[in-house]
Design a protein around this ligand. Sequence first.
Ligand SMILES: N[C@@H](CCC(=O)N[C@@H](CS)C(=O)NCC(=O)O)C(=O)O
Length: 228
Amino acid sequence: MWMFGEQAWRLTRGKVGRAHSTLMPCSPIPRCFVSDATLDAQDLDDVRYPLDASRFPEGIDIAIPDYAIARGKGLHDANMGRLPVMEVEGITIGNTAPCERLVAKRLGMQGKDDLEAALIDQCCENIADISAAYQKEKGDDAGAWLTTKMPEWAAKLEKSIGANSGYAVGEATTQADVRVYNLMREYFDAPEHKTAFAATPKLLAIADRIAAIPAVVAYLAARKVTAI
Ligand SMILES: N[C@@H](CCC(=O)N[C@@H](CS)C(=O)NCC(=O)O)C(=O)O
Protein backbone atom coordinates (compact mmCIF):
# COMPACT_ATOMS: atom_id res chain seq x y z
CA MET A 1 0.00 0.00 0.00
CA TRP A 2 1.08 3.52 -0.61
CA MET A 3 -0.27 6.36 1.35
CA PHE A 4 0.49 9.81 0.35
CA GLY A 5 -0.97 12.94 1.64
CA GLU A 6 -4.58 12.19 2.19
CA GLN A 7 -4.57 9.05 0.19
CA ALA A 8 -4.37 5.39 0.97
CA TRP A 9 -3.84 2.90 -1.76
CA ARG A 10 -3.75 -0.83 -1.48
CA LEU A 11 -1.47 -2.42 -3.99
CA THR A 12 -1.89 -5.95 -5.12
CA ARG A 13 1.82 -6.59 -5.24
CA GLY A 14 5.25 -5.13 -5.05
CA LYS A 15 7.09 -2.91 -2.70
CA VAL A 16 6.89 0.75 -3.41
CA GLY A 17 8.92 3.65 -2.22
CA ARG A 18 7.73 6.64 -0.42
CA ALA A 19 5.30 9.44 -0.91
CA HIS A 20 5.86 12.99 0.13
CA SER A 21 3.01 15.26 0.87
CA THR A 22 1.95 17.49 3.65
CA LEU A 23 -0.60 17.78 6.37
CA MET A 24 -2.19 20.36 4.12
CA PRO A 25 -4.72 18.79 1.76
CA CYS A 26 -4.26 19.48 -1.90
CA SER A 27 -7.26 20.39 -3.93
CA PRO A 28 -8.75 18.36 -5.43
CA ILE A 29 -7.18 15.26 -3.96
CA PRO A 30 -8.84 12.03 -2.99
CA ARG A 31 -8.38 11.45 0.66
CA CYS A 32 -9.08 7.81 0.41
CA PHE A 33 -8.40 5.42 -2.38
CA VAL A 34 -8.54 1.82 -1.37
CA SER A 35 -9.58 -1.52 -2.64
CA ASP A 36 -11.70 -3.73 -0.43
CA ALA A 37 -8.67 -5.75 0.55
CA THR A 38 -7.27 -5.66 4.05
CA LEU A 39 -5.15 -2.64 4.71
CA ASP A 40 -1.49 -3.48 4.88
CA ALA A 41 0.99 -0.71 5.46
CA GLN A 42 4.19 -2.72 5.03
CA ASP A 43 4.95 -1.26 1.60
CA LEU A 44 4.15 2.25 2.64
CA ASP A 45 6.40 5.08 3.61
CA ASP A 46 3.94 7.89 4.21
CA VAL A 47 5.97 11.07 4.51
CA ARG A 48 4.04 14.10 5.68
CA TYR A 49 5.64 17.41 6.38
CA PRO A 50 4.50 19.02 9.61
CA LEU A 51 2.69 22.26 8.95
CA ASP A 52 2.17 25.26 11.20
CA ALA A 53 -0.82 26.99 9.60
CA SER A 54 -0.46 29.99 11.90
CA ARG A 55 2.82 30.84 10.13
CA PHE A 56 1.42 30.89 6.59
CA PRO A 57 1.51 34.70 6.52
CA GLU A 58 5.32 34.41 6.81
CA GLY A 59 5.47 32.19 3.72
CA ILE A 60 5.15 28.53 2.92
CA ASP A 61 8.81 27.78 3.66
CA ILE A 62 8.34 29.02 7.21
CA ALA A 63 5.02 27.23 7.65
CA ILE A 64 6.37 23.93 6.25
CA PRO A 65 10.17 24.01 6.76
CA ASP A 66 10.71 20.32 5.97
CA TYR A 67 9.09 20.86 2.58
CA ALA A 68 11.46 23.75 1.87
CA ILE A 69 14.43 21.52 2.70
CA ALA A 70 13.15 18.65 0.55
CA ARG A 71 12.41 20.99 -2.33
CA GLY A 72 15.91 22.43 -2.05
CA LYS A 73 17.26 18.90 -2.47
CA GLY A 74 15.27 18.52 -5.68
CA LEU A 75 12.83 16.02 -4.21
CA HIS A 76 9.85 17.89 -5.64
CA ASP A 77 11.22 18.66 -9.08
CA ALA A 78 8.80 16.20 -10.70
CA ASN A 79 5.89 18.36 -9.56
CA MET A 80 7.66 21.59 -10.50
CA GLY A 81 8.67 22.16 -6.91
CA ARG A 82 5.22 21.49 -5.50
CA LEU A 83 3.43 18.87 -3.46
CA PRO A 84 2.74 16.01 -3.73
CA VAL A 85 5.23 13.63 -5.23
CA MET A 86 5.30 9.87 -5.13
CA GLU A 87 8.30 7.60 -5.50
CA VAL A 88 7.60 4.27 -7.09
CA GLU A 89 10.29 1.73 -7.83
CA GLY A 90 12.91 4.48 -7.85
CA ILE A 91 10.92 6.77 -10.15
CA THR A 92 9.51 10.01 -8.78
CA ILE A 93 6.12 11.01 -10.13
CA GLY A 94 4.73 14.49 -9.58
CA ASN A 95 1.22 15.89 -9.84
CA THR A 96 -1.77 14.24 -8.25
CA ALA A 97 -3.66 12.96 -11.28
CA PRO A 98 -0.94 10.79 -12.81
CA CYS A 99 -0.17 9.34 -9.39
CA GLU A 100 -3.82 8.44 -8.97
CA ARG A 101 -4.05 6.92 -12.42
CA LEU A 102 -0.98 4.75 -11.92
CA VAL A 103 -2.22 3.45 -8.61
CA ALA A 104 -5.72 2.88 -9.97
CA LYS A 105 -4.28 0.95 -12.88
CA ARG A 106 -2.22 -1.28 -10.66
CA LEU A 107 -5.20 -1.88 -8.43
CA GLY A 108 -7.39 -2.86 -11.35
CA MET A 109 -9.52 0.23 -10.79
CA GLN A 110 -9.18 1.75 -14.24
CA GLY A 111 -11.95 -0.21 -15.94
CA LYS A 112 -12.00 -3.27 -18.13
CA ASP A 113 -10.83 -1.56 -21.33
CA ASP A 114 -9.68 1.78 -22.73
CA LEU A 115 -13.23 3.04 -23.17
CA GLU A 116 -14.05 2.47 -19.51
CA ALA A 117 -10.72 4.10 -18.64
CA ALA A 118 -11.80 7.14 -20.64
CA LEU A 119 -15.13 7.28 -18.81
CA ILE A 120 -13.32 7.03 -15.49
CA ASP A 121 -11.06 9.90 -16.56
CA GLN A 122 -14.16 11.83 -17.61
CA CYS A 123 -15.72 11.43 -14.16
CA CYS A 124 -12.48 12.38 -12.40
CA GLU A 125 -11.99 15.46 -14.59
CA ASN A 126 -15.61 16.53 -14.12
CA ILE A 127 -15.14 16.30 -10.37
CA ALA A 128 -11.87 18.23 -10.60
CA ASP A 129 -13.74 20.95 -12.49
CA ILE A 130 -16.40 21.14 -9.77
CA SER A 131 -13.76 21.57 -7.07
CA ALA A 132 -11.99 24.20 -9.20
CA ALA A 133 -15.26 26.09 -9.72
CA TYR A 134 -15.86 26.02 -5.98
CA GLN A 135 -12.40 27.41 -5.24
CA LYS A 136 -12.74 30.08 -7.92
CA GLU A 137 -16.31 31.22 -7.27
CA LYS A 138 -17.04 30.77 -3.57
CA GLY A 139 -15.56 34.06 -2.47
CA ASP A 140 -16.36 34.87 1.14
CA ASP A 141 -19.62 32.92 1.14
CA ALA A 142 -18.88 29.25 0.58
CA GLY A 143 -22.26 28.39 2.09
CA ALA A 144 -24.13 30.32 -0.60
CA TRP A 145 -22.17 28.59 -3.37
CA LEU A 146 -22.89 25.20 -1.85
CA THR A 147 -26.60 25.98 -1.61
CA THR A 148 -27.06 27.42 -5.07
CA LYS A 149 -24.33 26.11 -7.35
CA MET A 150 -23.38 22.75 -5.90
CA PRO A 151 -26.83 21.14 -6.42
CA GLU A 152 -26.62 22.17 -10.08
CA TRP A 153 -23.18 20.64 -10.47
CA ALA A 154 -24.28 17.52 -8.56
CA ALA A 155 -27.25 17.03 -10.90
CA LYS A 156 -24.99 17.41 -13.93
CA LEU A 157 -22.45 15.00 -12.49
CA GLU A 158 -25.18 12.43 -11.85
CA LYS A 159 -26.36 12.87 -15.43
CA SER A 160 -22.82 12.43 -16.72
CA ILE A 161 -22.66 8.84 -15.48
CA GLY A 162 -25.57 8.04 -17.78
CA ALA A 163 -27.61 4.90 -17.24
CA ASN A 164 -25.06 3.44 -14.84
CA SER A 165 -26.14 2.83 -11.31
CA GLY A 166 -24.25 1.38 -8.37
CA TYR A 167 -20.96 2.18 -10.07
CA ALA A 168 -19.92 5.38 -11.80
CA VAL A 169 -18.43 3.36 -14.65
CA GLY A 170 -18.90 -0.28 -15.64
CA GLU A 171 -19.77 -2.94 -13.12
CA ALA A 172 -16.96 -2.75 -10.60
CA THR A 173 -15.44 -0.25 -8.20
CA THR A 174 -13.10 2.12 -9.98
CA GLN A 175 -11.16 5.30 -9.36
CA ALA A 176 -14.28 7.19 -10.42
CA ASP A 177 -16.33 5.78 -7.51
CA VAL A 178 -13.60 6.78 -5.08
CA ARG A 179 -13.57 10.27 -6.56
CA VAL A 180 -17.34 10.54 -6.11
CA TYR A 181 -16.95 9.42 -2.52
CA ASN A 182 -14.15 11.90 -1.99
CA LEU A 183 -16.10 14.82 -3.39
CA MET A 184 -19.16 14.10 -1.27
CA ARG A 185 -17.68 12.89 2.00
CA GLU A 186 -14.20 14.34 2.20
CA TYR A 187 -13.99 17.47 0.07
CA PHE A 188 -17.45 18.70 1.04
CA ASP A 189 -17.50 17.00 4.40
CA ALA A 190 -19.65 19.21 6.62
CA PRO A 191 -23.18 17.96 7.46
CA GLU A 192 -24.76 20.94 5.69
CA HIS A 193 -23.00 19.93 2.48
CA LYS A 194 -25.24 16.86 2.32
CA THR A 195 -28.15 18.93 1.06
CA ALA A 196 -26.14 19.71 -2.08
CA PHE A 197 -26.44 16.04 -3.03
CA ALA A 198 -29.99 15.43 -1.80
CA ALA A 199 -31.35 15.03 -5.33
CA THR A 200 -28.62 12.76 -6.66
CA PRO A 201 -29.49 9.24 -5.44
CA LYS A 202 -26.99 7.48 -7.69
CA LEU A 203 -24.09 9.55 -6.39
CA LEU A 204 -25.29 9.03 -2.82
CA ALA A 205 -25.41 5.26 -3.33
CA ILE A 206 -21.86 5.24 -4.71
CA ALA A 207 -20.54 7.30 -1.79
CA ASP A 208 -22.35 5.08 0.72
CA ARG A 209 -20.96 1.94 -0.86
CA ILE A 210 -17.37 3.20 -0.79
CA ALA A 211 -17.76 4.46 2.79
CA ALA A 212 -18.90 0.98 3.89
CA ILE A 213 -15.90 -0.90 2.46
CA PRO A 214 -14.13 -2.35 5.53
CA ALA A 215 -10.69 -1.21 4.35
CA VAL A 216 -12.00 2.32 3.94
CA VAL A 217 -13.47 2.27 7.43
CA ALA A 218 -10.18 0.96 8.82
CA TYR A 219 -8.11 3.49 6.90
CA LEU A 220 -10.23 6.42 7.99
CA ALA A 221 -10.08 5.30 11.61
CA ALA A 222 -6.28 5.17 11.49
CA ARG A 223 -5.66 8.11 9.16
CA LYS A 224 -3.04 10.60 10.20
CA VAL A 225 -4.35 13.89 11.45
CA THR A 226 -4.81 16.64 8.88
CA ALA A 227 -3.80 20.09 10.05
CA ILE A 228 -6.28 22.08 7.97
N1 LIG B 1 -1.97 20.05 -10.03
C1 LIG B 1 -0.95 19.93 -9.03
C2 LIG B 1 -1.05 21.09 -8.07
C3 LIG B 1 0.15 21.13 -7.15
C4 LIG B 1 0.03 22.21 -6.10
O1 LIG B 1 -0.38 23.35 -6.39
N2 LIG B 1 0.41 21.88 -4.86
C5 LIG B 1 0.35 22.84 -3.77
C6 LIG B 1 -0.23 22.21 -2.53
S1 LIG B 1 -1.85 21.61 -2.78
C7 LIG B 1 1.76 23.24 -3.41
O2 LIG B 1 2.69 22.47 -3.52
N3 LIG B 1 1.91 24.48 -2.94
C8 LIG B 1 3.15 24.91 -2.44
C9 LIG B 1 4.08 25.48 -3.46
O3 LIG B 1 3.67 25.70 -4.62
O4 LIG B 1 5.23 25.71 -3.10
C10 LIG B 1 -1.11 18.60 -8.27
O5 LIG B 1 -2.25 18.13 -8.13
O6 LIG B 1 -0.11 18.01 -7.87
